[in-house]
Design a protein around this ligand. Structure first.
Ligand SMILES: [Zn+2]
Length: 339
């Protein structure tokens, strides 16, 4: 994203900051409204077929998100060691099943996503998060809990501009309900999402927005398998881009995703853009490669997703279903630790 946005980013940010007067962005961006927001399509002139979304972060934002997760885990479970949280949660509950509310926004017949497409998207999510495309089974599954179509031309063509109104009217459920909105996000920028850390400050903005052409069988060539939703939901579940922070620690804060200097486009082979060990994770769902290139989450990303779920989204998180404070510390690996 950074690679494409350089030329136009500054000017666009000025526009975006002026347009985005809501308190939400201030909360979201850690008190720096629009500091790194590219969510409204910065880089519109970028090469076609480059995946992009609104979740690029600067190093301070990465640190803030990781610190928030560490703090929340310690408050809830007495440790920020994801292995220990994970081990305990697996004993009590093997699988996370996320109820999904799918909201198709249309303009007449355009964007009128049918139920069969929605079902295919849910199947794609379950395959990806279940490790059936490659990588690990994250333990996360998705269940369609609601589907509706709203014919509203302005929302359809400008989902970023009308994000607040759209979500206030349509989103349902609490922190553990995934609200997906499909609309004409764009062909350069394909979607955007909130992070679980943001829920506390702004619950009504929680959710994921994807371009309707990126759904399974959609018309965006190269991005038509439904992996844009897989990627955006990764953010909703607490994952950052594999290229976050470039070659600089802590990268994306996940130990087993190799450092990556910049997003992948297309499907590069043999790329190794950072001096640290490991080739670029171009096949990871949290990179920007084309759908045909994407296939995996890592074990560390699976642990991160489950830890973030326990911290922010699990329905019983207040009840402290597990108390880890009496367990011994073994091979501790804390959130955002050395990679
Ligand atoms: Zn992203």
């Amino acid at each position: 994203m950074r690679r494409f946005a350089v030329g136009s980013l500054c000017a666009l940010l000025v526009t975006l900051c002026a347009a985005s007067s809501s308190k939400s962005d201030e909360i979201r961006r850690g008190g720096e409204p629009c500091a790194a927001s590219t969510r409204s399509g910065a880089g519109q002139s970028a090469a076609r077929h480059a995946r992009r979304d609104g979740e690029d972060l600067d190093p301070r934002q990465v640190d803030a998100l990781l610190a928030d997760l560490r703090r929340t885990l310690r408050e809830r479970f007495g440790t920020d060691d994801e292995n220990r949280v994970d081990a305990a949660l697996r004993m009590s509950r093997r699988r996370v099943v996320v109820p999904v509310r799918f909201h198709a926004i249309s303009s007449g017949r355009r964007g009128r996503v049918g139920p069969s497409t929605v079902r295919r998207q849910i199947s794609t999510l379950n395959a990806a998060y279940g490790g059936r495309k490659g990588g690990v089974d994250t333990g996360v599954r998705f269940r369609l809990a609601g589907y509706d179509v709203t014919d509203r031309e302005s929302w359809f063509w400008h989902p970023q501009r009308h994000e607040g109104e759209m979500k206030r009217r349509l989103r349902r459920g609490g922190p553990g309900t995934l609200n997906i909105f499909s609309a004409a996000v764009g062909t350069d920028m394909l979607g955007f999402s909130t992070f679980p850390q943001w829920y506390r400050g702004e619950p009504r903005m929680d959710g994921v927005v994807v371009d309707y052409r990126s759904l399974p069988g959609g018309s965006n060539r190269g991005f038509d398998r439904g992996y844009t939703a897989v990627h955006e939901i990764g953010h909703w579940l607490g994952l950052m881009h594999t290229f976050e922070n470039g070659c600089e620690p802590p990268g994306d804060g996940v130990a087993d995703t190799p450092y990556e200097a910049e997003p992948a486009t297309g499907c590069p082979s043999g790329r190794n853009s950072c001096p640290q060990r490991g080739g670029d994770p171009v096949h990871n769902f949290m990179d920007y490669a084309q759908d045909a290139c994407m296939r995996e989450f890592t074990a560390g990303q699976g642990r991160r997703v489950r830890a973030a779920w326990a911290a922010y989204r699990a329905p019983n998180r207040r009840a402290k279903a597990v108390d880890l404070r009496t367990e011994p510390t073994t091979r501790a690996r804390s959130v955002g630790g050395a990679r």
